[in-house]
Design a protein around this ligand. Structure first.
Ligand SMILES: Nc1ncnc2c1ncn2[C@H]1C[C@H](O)[C@@H](COP(=O)(O)OP(=O)(O)OP(=O)(O)O)O1
Ligand SMILES: Nc1nc2c(ncn2[C@@H]2O[C@H](COP(=O)(O)OP(=O)(O)O)[C@@H](O)[C@H]2O)c(=O)[nH]1
Length: 227
């Protein structure tokens, strides 16, 4: 069996984690895992962890570490035969340590994007909640304004993408991400990419990953459904 590959993508809100994860999943055939999607699926399915998570998200808070790890780690343990890329987890040092004890990561991508760029992108971000597909009215607009390309359903904007909420979210990201980044740096698996445009960063990520994983002819993003 080909060697498995496990990676994490980190970056502040709006840095392009979702956009780049999608490209990586398509190009290299990795399963794309998103902690936000897991949380939303658990809320929709009314699982114990989902019911608990909802009480925090409704108040605009992060889900506590013990709930997140209870939700995600068993799922990762089931993926013993998959290569995957995780977006949105770990978000705290405690989560990073818990992940460490479950699997050995091969690579961590950290996106370093200027504040002004994040602000502009997020004010223009539209989301299809059911699938997690993300649009931007300038960068990747939907075919029909306000509608998801595949389902035709309406797109929404998140309240916390507004500039007022962004400053606090970015400050929080910087504080909690630093020790995680230091941890991965010390393990020698951290790769940082800086810039204002995803299309300029992408070739560097693409060539790095090409040296680490064989490409596949797969064209569809693999979204792994909940059991
Ligand atoms: N690792 C985590 N730790 C705690 N809470 C989490 C984690 N991942 C997701 N959540 C919770 C809180 C988030 O507000 C919610 C949705 O997550 P997500 O889809 O990643 O959206 P987001 O808007 O916070 O991220 P971003 O703007 O960076 O794309 O789920
Ligand atoms: N203008 C512009 N928008 C981008 C670029 N890359 C991503 N976006 C958009 O910026 C927003 C944030 O990107 P997203 O992938 O959701 O970032 P995440 O919050 O880190 O997951 C989305 O609306 C994307 O479509 C870029 O290079 N230029």
């Amino acid at each position: 069996m080909a060697k498995l590959f496990r990676a994490v993508i980190m970056g502040p809100p709006g840095s392009g984690k979702g956009t780049i994860s999608e490209r990586i999943a398509q190009r290299f055939g990795l399963a794309r895992l998103s902690s936000g999607d897991f949380v939303r699926e658990n809320i929709a399915a009314n699982t114990d962890a989902g019911v608990l998570a909802k009480t925090y998200i409704e108040r605009g808070l992060l889900v506590p570490d013990h709930v997140m790890t209870r939700l995600l780690l068993p799922r990762l343990e089931e993926m013993t035969r998959h290569s995957w890329l995780m977006d949105g987890f770990p978000r705290t040092l405690a989560q990073a340590k818990a992940l460490n004890s479950t699997c050995d990561l091969d690579l961590v991508i950290s996106l370093n994007i200027p504040y002004e760029t994040l602000k502009e992108r997020l004010s223009d971000r539209w989301i299809h909640p059911a699938s997690g597909r993300v649009y931007n009215m300038g960068f990747n607009p939907p075919h029909v304004q306000g509608r998801d390309d595949i389902s035709g359903e309406p797109l929404i904007q998140h309240d916390d993408d507004k500039p007022e909420a962004l400053v606090a979210r970015l400050r929080h990201y910087k504080d909690v991400a630093k020790p995680i980044i230091d941890l991965y740096k010390s393990k020698g698996i951290l790769h940082t990419f800086s810039g204002t445009e995803t299309d300029r960063i992408w070739p560097y990520i693409n060539s790095l990953l090409s040296t680490k994983i064989p490409s596949t002819s797969q064209t569809d993003t693999q979204r792994i459904p909940m059991p």
